[in-house]
Design a protein. Structure first.
Length: 409
């Protein structure tokens, strides 16, 4: 269905932008994806027709807004195959989801001397919160290391796990290396020592189907804006029993059953986590994004992204002086390609590419310990979405070659 995918590009108005006199080749999808007209329309429609605060009003508009908001919770539950709608908490994004687990759930199970296992390829969002909780509780933070091919070292991971391991928190897909981690297997290994498993799904949910019951993880975090939805909305999936045990991170309106002068009785999960007025329009926009993805279907999305990534990998590595990081085996990686051109700082490379209309990211990608491990201070990163095409790829490769010639590298 490559044809449908080619047509789907037209659903994204921003992709018609001209940047510095060149057609926009948007290749920073790992930072945030563009929004299809269906998502933009859902936001506008909500504000034009249904805008009201949820859960409180008895009038028609409030009921309409509430119904739509709660319908998206069901949609999300189905999307990731959660066992129950009560396991879906709306948050501000992956960062908030991970922080809540680290700040409120983790301290209930951690004692001094316990261990938290994360990997060296974690985004700071799944690293700094664990450092903080380790400092607070006296737990020790331990790292799963990389193999030479940019994958997690499962043998070393196995050696790390022991009876003191209380939490294992891993990214599903690396935002730098593109590595798809064997989460199901790693979760089973963690459960065998009794650890709670938290997964950062920020780079996964827009790219391939995620089934939390199949993975068997305990918590799963992701962001709407990386899967064609609005910014300001994310999800924390948690097993019902864990969400029941987890204290709320924020307190205020709507999350209570009864407040007296000295005490409060909270609503059950997920309501007890959603204090105050939630990003209602963004939730509805997320629902539109999920519908859009389901309409396109995973096979077409995956085929297009894999094809572009494999081809970009080949063409970039063919340029002398270019190093591409991460797995060499295309099926072991998602649509993220980090690379460097010898002799040119990635920031300069990204600036030169921007002059050609090519939008890529350069920097440490919020993964400084990984950069240190790779022996670089920064990389350039091209990341693909299903709406990218051969023209985007040509623009990227031609611009890298031109930069090389211009700087006589
Ligand atoms: N984890 C990973 C792997 C990411 O790529 C990102 C976003 N770059 C995040 C977490 C944080 O997501 P957000 O900024 O949407 O909270």
């Amino acid at each position: 269905m490559v044809n449908d995918i080619a047509i789907a590009r037209n659903d994204f108005p921003i992709l018609k932008e001209v940047v510095n006199g060149q057609p926009l080749a948007y290749l920073d999808n790992a930072a945030t994806t563009q929004k299809p007209q269906a998502v933009i329309d859902a936001l506008v429609h909500y504000y034009q027709h249904d805008n009201a605060n949820i859960h409180r009003g008895v009038y028609t508009l409030a009921e309409r807004a509430t119904e739509q908001y709660e319908a998206v919770r069901q949609q999300v539950a189905t999307f990731i195959n959660a066992a129950s709608v009560a396991e879906i908490v709306f948050t501000r994004g992956t960062t908030t989801s991970l922080n809540w687990v680290a700040q409120t759930y983790a301290p209930t199970i951690l004692q001094a001397g316990d261990e938290i296992v994360i990997s060296i390829m974690e985004h700071h969002s799944n690293l700094v919160p664990w450092q903080q909780v380790a400092q607070r509780t006296g737990a020790k933070l331990r790292y799963v290391e990389l193999t030479a091919s940019g994958e997690l070292d499962l043998a070393q991971y196995g050696d790390l796990l022991n009876a003191r391991t209380k939490i294992v928190s891993l990214t599903h897909v690396s935002n730098v290396l593109g590595t798809i981690n064997p989460i199901k297997k790693m979760t089973a290994m963690a459960h065998a020592v009794g650890a709670t498993v938290v997964i950062d799904g920020a780079q996964a949910t827009g790219h391939f189907p995620v089934d939390v019951q199949e993975l068997d993880c305990d918590f799963y975090a992701f962001s709407g804006h990386k899967m064609y939805g609005p910014t300001g909305i994310g999800v924390l999936y948690g097993r019902e029993a864990l969400l029941t045990a987890m204290p709320p991170a924020e307190f205020g309106g709507e999350m209570i059953n009864l407040v007296t002068r000295q005490k409060t009785d909270f609503k059950p999960a997920p309501a007890k986590f959603e204090a105050g007025t939630m990003p209602i329009a963004q939730v509805i926009g997320l629902g539109a994004a999920i519908s859009y993805l389901q309409h396109l279907g995973w096979p077409a999305i995956i085929a297009q992204e894999q094809q572009l990534t494999a081809q970009a990998y080949q063409e970039l590595t063919a340029i002398t002086g270019v190093t591409v990081y991460g797995p060499t085996e295309p099926t072991r990686r998602s649509s993220v390609l980090s690379f460097n051109l010898q002799g040119l700082h990635p920031h300069d490379l990204a600036t030169v590419l921007d002059m050609q209309g090519v939008a890529i990211r350069a920097g440490h990608h919020c993964a400084q310990p990984l950069m240190t491990d790779l022996g670089v201070s920064a990389t350039a990163r091209a990341s693909f979405a299903f709406y990218n095409n051969q023209a985007d790829l040509r623009q990227l490769v031609t611009a890298v070659q031109a930069a090389k010639e211009f700087f006589k590298l």
